[in-house]
Write a protein that binds this ligand. Structure first.
Ligand SMILES: Cc1cc2nc3c(=O)[nH]c(=O)nc-3n(C[C@H](O)[C@H](O)[C@H](O)COP(=O)(O)OP(=O)(O)OC[C@H]3O[C@@H](n4cnc5c(N)ncnc54)[C@H](O)[C@@H]3O)c2cc1C
Length: 535
């Protein structure tokens, strides 16, 4: 068997698969290896082994504006079976007293719902949407779809235009300051901060105030993949294989091999050696790539120290309760809001702003905060995810990784916490008391066991904070997808623009890698520098 490739990729997360598919289209012969038994990383849909036909998305489910991604179009993923559903009623925040704050794909309907809580806030929402839509379109969108530029250069370029200056000005606030300054109603404030929290940015951290304005202005809403998130993984695998790429599963890298300061291959834990003529690209985290897989003598101490210091998100870990049901949850609040039955995401337990600092305090202490949870009943929109007439549903909650100081405690406590979540859920949707056929829970420790790159259960694979964003992600010096040794690249969620199912780290890495190899990338957008110069 020929074990020499143009390049070897580590980990088959969606970012790596996006990269591999573009490399194949450029004529490169590539091999991707992954320790898992199925490709796609966080694009995972599993069948309940006790109840065939019930499918559960154990990692990602909400794919934001996925069918607007450039790689979704370029790699023809719709034709390969990744079809997206975007329910009009996108998000419902259900309050104890039965009122519902609503986000719709139709902005006017969202404004209408906000106005029922505060007319002033509804007007503020519109004002921010109008002001930030061009900023999202001309600046933040192009920035996410291109390799980042050094921070000083970015600030200089943004300072040239009105929109750029406004973005820099709003950024100086923290998300909490932004929300408290701009909005008055506690439910609206809490709802907006919750969304920001889903992106895992520390609400107290200055420099991220623009996140909420961008969220308000973005036309991209939560979508779900028909057949489950794994349908996107299968489409990506098809794109890779039809461009000549190879994926080997249940194959774990032991060492990245280097000769004369250049990455030349990978040795696996079972002793196989794969040779790389041009590159090795890692979709793993910085500690795995630079500390576990590369001989210490090949990297300067400073680089290793920076990799060691790469931080994970305290509040990112998720706890999941998954249900097989005889019927969908029927919320009491639907008596006054019948549309609730059609909401994609439902948020429960969120009543006001003081819950946020309380949640952070619990995460720091390793204790369980009062439950705020959010989830969906996927089968209401896609009946293929359960046997005929039956349903699946899930709720997620942000809970600390080190429960009472030790993540191992989750194995003892997860079932009882799952029962507590179901009890709370049933208070909002009483039919759940009789509708559950089966259930299972997953803790942040389960996440880390499945995907060790999601260290400490951090599903974004690295905190989104100063020194770890843009040109400095994963750390200063490594923010251009190159990994110090010639021919070594980084392409996972630890790189710009970060975690979640965006595929953009892989998309941007493909631009850098093909450019370094002097191969054409006719699909690549203009460099972000050019986009910013044009404003
Ligand atoms: C419970 C949960 C819910 C989530 N929900 C959402 C959501 O709704 N929307 C959203 O956008 N995102 C969500 N995410 C986050 C999203 O799944 C990740 O941010 C995203 O998958 C990261 O993509 P990636 O391409 O970097 O690689 P990953 O998806 O992290 O894949 C990494 C791959 O590397 C492999 N790997 C790891 N270590 C090794 C090793 N040592 N050797 C070989 N292979 C290795 C793994 O097996 C895996 O296949 C969720 C995550 C979790 C855990």
């Amino acid at each position: 068997m020929d074990d020499t490739y143009d390049g070897i990729l580590l980990g088959s997360g969606h970012n790596t698969l996006v990269l591999q598919a573009y490399l194949g289209r450029a004529g490169l012969k590539t091999l991707c290896i992954d320790r898992a038994h199925v490709a796609g990383g966080g694009l995972s849909t599993v069948e309940d082994p006790r109840h065939p036909g019930f499918l559960h998305n154990t990692h990602s489910f909400y794919h934001r504006a996925l069918n607007q991604m450039p790689w979704y179009r370029d790699l023809e993923l719709a034709q390969r079976g990744a079809v997206y559903i975007e329910p009009e009623f996108n998000v419902a925040l259900v309050l104890r007293e039965g009122r519902v704050l609503q986000w719709w794909t139709d902005f006017e309907k969202t404004v209408e719902s906000f106005a029922q809580f505060s007319r002033k806030d509804a007007a503020t929402l519109r004002r921010w949407r109008d002001e930030f839509a061009p900023i999202v379109q001309k600046i933040l969108g192009p920035e996410s779809q291109s390799p980042p530029i050094p921070t000083d250069r970015r600030i200089a370029l943004l300072s040239r235009s009105k929109e750029g200056r406004r973005l820099l000005e709003v950024s100086t606030l923290s998300p909490s300051e932004f929300v408290e300054r701009e909005f008055e109603h506690p439910t609206i404030q809490a709802g907006l901060l919750f969304f920001n929290g889903l992106r895992e940015v520390d609400l107290r951290c200055r420099g991220f105030g623009h996140h909420i304005a961008a969220l308000i202005a973005s036309s991209g809403k939560a979508q779900m993949c028909r057949g489950g998130s794994a349908a996107l993984a299968r489409a990506l695998v098809d794109a890779v294989q039809s461009s000549g790429g190879t994926i080997r599963l249940q194959t774990t890298p032991k060492r990245i091999l280097a000769e004369n300061g250049r990455a030349v291959g990978v040795e696996t834990t079972d002793g196989q050696v794969f040779h790389a003529r041009s590159f090795v690209a890692s979709g793993l985290n910085p500690q795995q790539t630079f500390l576990e897989l590369i001989d210490g003598s090949l990297l300067p101490l400073e680089w290793r120290d920076k990799a060691r210091a790469f931080k994970y998100n305290l509040i990112a870990p998720l706890f999941a309760l998954n249900l097989n049901l005889t019927e969908p949850p029927r919320y009491t609040a639907a008596q006054t809001h019948p549309e609730l039955g059609k909401a994609l995401m439902v948020i429960l337990g969120l009543e006001g702003l003081p819950q946020f600092p309380e949640m952070v305090r619990h995460h720091e202490a390793g204790t369980i905060p009062p439950t705020i949870m959010w989830g969906s009943c996927p089968t209401q929109f896609d009946p293929t995810q359960a046997p005929p007439g039956k349903h699946t549903a899930f709720m997620w909650e942000k809970l600390p990784y080190r429960l009472h100081g030790d993540a191992a405690n989750w194995d003892r406590e997860k079932d009882s916490h799952g029962r507590a979540m179901l009890e709370l859920w049933s208070q909002y949707a009483p039919n759940l008391r009789d509708a559950v056929i089966d259930s299972f829970t997953r803790s942040a420790l389960d996440t880390e066991r499945t995907f060790p790159n999601m260290r400490e259960g951090d599903l974004l694979v690295g905190a989104f904070t100063h020194g770890q964003i843009g040109y400095d992600r994963p750390f200063p010096g490594a923010g251009h997808y190159r990994g110090h040794i010639d021919g070594l690249y980084l392409c996972g969620a630890s790189c710009h623009p970060g975690g979640n199912i965006t595929g953009l780290a892989g998309y941007n890495c493909a631009q850098v890698l093909l450019n370094d190899l002097s191969l054409p990338a006719p699909w690549a957008p203009p460099l972000v520098e050019q986009a910013l110069l044009k404003i």
